[in-house]
Design a protein around this ligand. Structure first.
Ligand SMILES: C[S@@+](CC[C@H](N)C(=O)[O-])C[C@H]1O[C@@H](n2cnc3c(N)ncnc32)[C@H](O)[C@@H]1O
Length: 221
């Protein structure tokens, strides 16, 4: 991936369509993350009515939203008109795809890096915490520094032990949900439900609810 100046939105950067990846490269990251339309289709299969982004959108407070790990920006569609939307991600293909919807500003940046120049009323962490483990505390700190009113979180957790746990983890982490960005994740694993809840409570989260396979909650600033 070519380096991009983080201070310029993706719309102002000359984007050259990526060459077709070689098979070896394709095997190194999940099929979902190789094309935004495949990602959206997979999300639709899991949540055809858009319940998760709709629930997040209802919790948004204020006039601006900063979506850390925005992916294809599915949340943006459900925000009231007039809410300023900033999406941050490292997947350039996703950012360009999201930018074409033309209702936000998108930057290619690492959500665990220095985000001290970004501020918004609501910061969203949707399905991103498990991607950056073991740096998930750093991501929450970043969100706290950027948020002026609240942080809203949607997070998945490790499923219970079972006979197919190892094989489903292998398929899940290595093949489907491997974003190609966070190599450390493979060995790091993710949190069990009680560990996730403890982590969120320790960070001041409240208003817990279960939405499909995810825990939703918020941190008021
Ligand atoms: C499961 S997707 C969630 C996308 C979106 N929030 C949603 O709910 O559909 C995780 C996203 O996080 C992005 N991501 C992972 N690690 C990142 C990092 N360190 N910095 C920026 N984006 C990252 C991936 O590229 C991917 O688009």
């Amino acid at each position: 991936m070519k380096e991009v100046n983080i201070n310029f939105p993706i719309s102002q950067i000359q984007y050259t369509k990526p060459r077709r990846k070689k098979l070896k490269e394709r095997l190194n990251f999940g099929i979902m993350y190789q094309h935004p339309r495949i990602y959206d289709f997979t999300i639709w299969l899991n949540d055809p009515s858009g319940l998760m982004p709709k629930t997040l959108a209802k919790s948004v407070e204020g006039d601006s939203v900063l979506d850390l790990g925005c992916g294809t920006a599915s949340l943006q569609t459900f925000l009231p008109k007039g809410v300023q939307y900033i999406g941050i991600d490292l997947n350039e293909d996703f950012l360009v795809f999201a930018d074409k919807k033309n209702r936000g500003v998108f930057y290619k940046r690492d959500v665990t890096g220095d985000l001290s120049d970004l501020k918004a009323d609501t910061v969203v962490l949707a399905d991103i915490l498990h991607h950056v483990t073991p740096n998930h505390q750093k991501l929450i700190e970043n969100a706290k520094n950027c948020a002026q009113k609240k942080i809203i979180i949607s997070a998945c957790y490790e499923k219970e032990e079972g006979p197919f746990k190892q094989i489903s983890e292998f398929i899940g982490r290595r093949i489907i949900d491997n974003d190609g960005l966070n190599g450390q994740r493979e060995g790091a694993g993710w949190l069990k439900l009680d560990e996730l809840l403890q982590f969120l409570v320790n960070n001041g989260a409240t208003n817990f609810q279960k939405v499909l396979s995810h825990i939703h909650c918020e941190i008021n600033i």
